[in-house]
Design a protein around this ligand. Structure first.
Ligand code: GCU
Length: 422
């Protein structure tokens, strides 16, 4: 066991060191010109001129390409039976403003051990709450100081915080990510929020599949799927639970939201699963909202070198040949249409290429137009802390790579415009 742990730490360090040798460009004037694929042209070259052709032919074509070349092909049936164990209920959470629940979902028909631990906050004063569904980086207990929230027993990345020792969490990590999870503010606006630790179904390292849900697959199936695919799948399983068991949430108002690598997974979850009525990408960067063909900040090669397990094996073909990718990330955003979509960047998050995230949202607008909806309604990048947009929203928060109260507030302002809280 100790040997595996040492090999793992070495593996992570080597991946990082190799990735650090790959050139990084932050200078727009050094960026070679690129041509984006057009979401509104079918693979046979014919234009997409109606919603019906988009939905029946082009959208499935794009979904298949993103699955086969990037996020992986999910090997499981579309409906999965889960068992539900309610571990705790607190009728007076968040100073009496909310009900909190902890629920463990298991999937015995596909895995004897896999378990997803969901933490749910329901606002008390709302009959049918729109509900954020998201994953967290460091365990449910790290998102709050509330004492009953259970400390994750799964592998965590020691590099994320000094409170993690030998890749395990303890009481010392309770609340360390609280700034990212402003539950009081969310619940006060009538929203519910459900979160789970992203490592529950696949710990985030190259060998993480061994103790995750991909361990039940054949090697071929495993290579064809991906860790990001598993994280997206986890979000859909949370939706299954919420819709089937929580009468107080509004099944038609489920909002997928995620930061960074979870932002990438969230966009894929939203593309694959139309039950996400609104989709929000926070600083998702390369492999998320940012255009892959722009040579700014992180590249496909960086991603595949430092995080070889995030995407499926096919994605590595494009390490040095990004122009050959049959898709680009604006087409991933297009797959959310006509549902409200929000893309957010941060001004100092140059690694994630804020401009590339913005331009991707501009381009996705073409598919919203097909539905006679206005996407961003502008192609001019806004100043910091100036949200813009219509059916697609965008802001550039001042500051670094993070998800903060400011971001959540803009998301709720945006969603309030599109859906009514009962
Ligand atoms: C790294 C990685 C990014 C990712 C980020 C995160 O910086 O290179 O692609 O988005 O981690 O998840 O915080």
């Amino acid at each position: 066991m100790k040997q595996i742990a040492v090999a793992l730490v070495l593996g992570l360090a080597v991946g990082k060191a190799v990735a650090q040798k790959i050139p990084v460009n932050y200078d727009e004037s050094q960026m070679p010109a690129y041509t984006l694929p057009n979401p509104l042209v079918l693979s046979n070259g014919k234009p997409v001129t109606s919603v019906s052709v988009w939905e029946k032919t082009r959208r499935p074509e794009l979904l298949k390409l993103f699955a086969e070349e990037l996020y992986g092909v999910n090997p499981f049936p579309s409906t999965i039976k889960s068992t539900v164990e309610v571990k705790t209920v607190n009728e007076n959470a968040l100073g009496g403003k909310a009900i909190s629940k902890q629920i463990t979902l298991r999937f015995p028909t596909i895995s004897p051990t896999a378990a997803l631990n969901v933490l749910l906050y329901l606002p008390k004063n709302v009959k049918k709450a729109p509900t954020f569904v998201s994953l967290n980086f460091t365990g449910n207990h790290s998102t709050t100081h509330e004492k009953e929230v259970l400390v994750t027993e799964n592998w965590v990345n020691s590099g994320f915080d000094k409170s993690f020792v030998n890749n395990r969490a303890t009481e010392a990590s309770r609340g360390i990510a609280e700034r990212r999870w402003p539950y009081e503010a969310i619940v006060a606006r009538g929203y519910a929020v459900a979160t789970a630790y992203y490592g529950d179904l696949e710990p985030d390292h190259a060998e993480g599949w061994r103790t995750g849900i991909r361990s039940v697959l054949t090697p071929e199936q495993r290579e064809k799927w991906s860790a990001l695919g598993v994280w997206a799948w986890s979000m859909s399983r949370m939706v299954d639970y919420l819709i089937q068991h929580e009468g107080q949430i509004d099944a038609k108002k489920i909002i997928g939201v995620g930061h960074s690598r979870i932002g990438k997974a969230t966009l894929w979850a939203g593309a694959e699963d139309p039950r996400f009525a609104v989709v929000i990408s926070n600083d998702s960067g390369e492999g998320g909202a940012a255009l892959a063909r722009r040579w700014i900040g992180e590249t496909v090669e960086h991603l595949n070198t430092q995080f070889p397990h995030w995407f499926c094996a096919n994605y590595k073909k494009y390490n040095k040949a990004v122009a050959e990718l049959p898709v680009d990330q604006h087409e991933l955003l297009s797959l959310i249409a006509p549902r409200p979509l929000y893309v957010a960047s941060a001004s100092k998050d140059t690694w994630a290429d804020p401009k590339g995230e913005f331009l991707s949202a501009v381009e996705a607008g073409k598919v919203y137009q097909l539905y006679k909806k206005t996407g961003l309604g502008t192609s001019e990048m806004p100043a910091v802390n100036t949200p813009v947009g219509q059916t697609i929203g965008y802001h550039l928060r001042e500051g670094g790579h993070d998800i903060l109260l400011y971001d959540w507030e803009q998301y709720m302002n945006f969603i309030d415009k599109h859906i009514k809280i009962q």
